[in-house]
Design a protein around this ligand. Sequence first.
Ligand code: BGC
Length: 790
Amino acid sequence: MISHPAYAIEPWCLRETELHLEVLAQSESVFALSNGHFGWRGNLDEGEPHGLPGTYLNGVYESHPLPYAEIGYGNPVHGQTILNVTNGKIIRLLVDDTPFDLRYGRLESHERVLDLRSGLLHRDCVWTSPTGRRIRVRSTRLVSLTQRAVAAVAFEVEPLDEDVRVVVQSELIANEQLPEAADGDPRVSTVLAGSLQPEEDVANGTRLRLIHRTAVSGIRVAAAADHTVSGCEQAEAYGESGPDIGRFTVTALLPKGRPLRLEKLVSYGWSRVRSLPAMRDQVEAALTGARSTGWQGLLDEQRAYLDAFWAGADVEVDGDTEIQQAVRFALFHVLQAGARAEGRAIAAKGLTGSGYDGHCFWDTETFVLPVLTCTAPRAAAEELRWRQRTLPKARERAAQLGLRGAAFPWRTIQGVECSGYWPAGTAAFHINADIADAVTRYLCFTDDKDFEVDCALELLVETARLWRSLGYHDAEGRFHIDGVTGPDEYTAVRDDNLYTNLMARSNLRAAADLAQRHPEPAAALGVDDEEAASWRDAARAIVVPYNPDLKVHEQCEGFTRFQSWDFADTPPERYPLLLHYPYFDLYRKQVVKQADLVLAILLHGEEFTAEEKARAFAYYEPLTVRDSSLSACCQAVVAAEVGHMRLAYDYLGEAALMDLEDLQHNTRDGLHIASLAGTWFAVVGGFGGMRHRDDQVHFCPRIPENLTRLRFTVQLRGQRLQVEIDHRDAVYTLAGGPPLTVRHHGEEVTLTSGRPEVRRVPPLAGVGPEPAQPHGRRPAPRGPREPEPP
Ligand code: BGC
């Protein structure tokens, strides 16, 4: 996309200067607006042409039976799929007697701009109708970050050469026709047509309202709109409605050069328990609130919200304008995914598309929450509180599996397991430790004492219980966790996955530590000394697979003796492998879908020596094919840590451009929120070298040759910490309250507010040769370097 000539590279916006229908669906994802509560894809105002229409409310899904060829105990029987709900963005236009449809007539100019500072999507185009009428259409759209139920559109049409009769139809449409989903790709969503059952439709003056209920999941969905027309005194307007449509129509004979302006406010509400009258009042009230704020007021609030965000989150990358743009684009979309999710999940695609059925995975805790913890900590806490609220379901799932504590779902919308495929579903038990890890990270960065007692403790205790019951001590006392899948989904249901074991170890220890620190609340959760001691025993004795002959850690027990995958004989068109080879073959060979052991190094570096890290990276690089978008960012961070700065930089490029260049060919289904979040971590964790350990934040800054300077801000214990790095020095500046201690390449540095501390960046030493990737899988090089051998 961004390499498409229609896209310009600018530091604070994403600009499209021509409309290309072949990338329309992708553009709808990158131009999506959301606040985490609900989301609008970047569909054209007039609704068509479209790639995939999309309006998503966080937590609104439909249930459907999960089909199995053979019944198996413990397999979830119901799936949940995000629904495309009532579309409130549509504004159709009739120009004299022809519809404004860009597939006809002539598009003279076109521009769409997503402004990352104002949070607005602007459009400006000039079009000549098939009958020769030339008009300008301008629109500005926002999904409010301050009034979470509200979106707004300002739409203007202006005749350019002569007087023209226009009819503007502003609509709410439910049960839109959706394009057929691509066959055979497990990453797209199940299409559920006609799931919204009408309950009420009203048109009253300038207001419209539609209320529906989902057929099986029983969620009531209300949408309302209000309108203000200006610019033409002679305009006639009326509203009408039917079961699936509310329409406000304005018609006018527009004099040349005089734009007609329509401001549309839209509000959404949804609930499984609230009555129809209550929902009606809820959306009407949200509209009234937005109306009293006014269009300009909404714009001002949006700007103020984003100004505050960027002041505590911005990343400046000097020397690579494309990465600069991509990092801010990434931060913006991660914020949009989580800002107002408040008590609901953050899905793998955020609210930008229906890919992966709108499910939330470990992506959230392992990739998205590190960013939110450091840039919008309240949003991170909210997400973890959502996990806490789903604990009853996770306990039920554990009990169903004969386990103790909580087994959180691999994929879900509202807390129940929705994965019908055990090996890359429930067997990926590591999600429980990933949640625990997000909890401890949040505590380290925020020191939020209330959260520690009323949320963190329970999550850590219940996940520790799971590990203690899932694993066992063997005759020698070693603690094993058998039959699990780690992050690499090309190796499944194996014993002692190293990543899982190290994550479980820290989960068990963190639970024991917190229970010790808060004995009374821990006792209320049923924790006694014996149980806490059993967690410490298991953590101490957990197996960490290692091959002493190769002197390399094993991804799981026996991994390094598996047969090698024949990479030389795997042509580029057969990637991703999951779509072209049977899983049984992937499972028994050394081929890695995504960073697994390398992610363990990233998250638990303290468990490895520097030599072990370098050797492990060199061993796993030639096996890792990056068929998941979650991989490149992790490889970037560890490549930087072991000193392969060029490679780290190339991986950063891949993570950063995942959606802007549609590298996985599925951006149409929604953005890869984890990869976007990983882009930030590739910069802050990779080149800033940021990690947290034992309640302290560490930095090991070092930037690659191609960059001249890097500056980023993170929030630490309620203060802003700015880190600025060039090839010689790192400067740490704290803005806020009391002094804080961090580490710079191991050295303790005490920071006092407003007094920058400068430290030297030590030179790189003892770096081995750069490892190769599987044949044909080298990341695209950024800047000049040698071509890959044939
Ligand atoms: C990855 C998982 C990830 C999921 C959703 C899969 O392709 O292997 O790790 O959670 O996508 O992003």
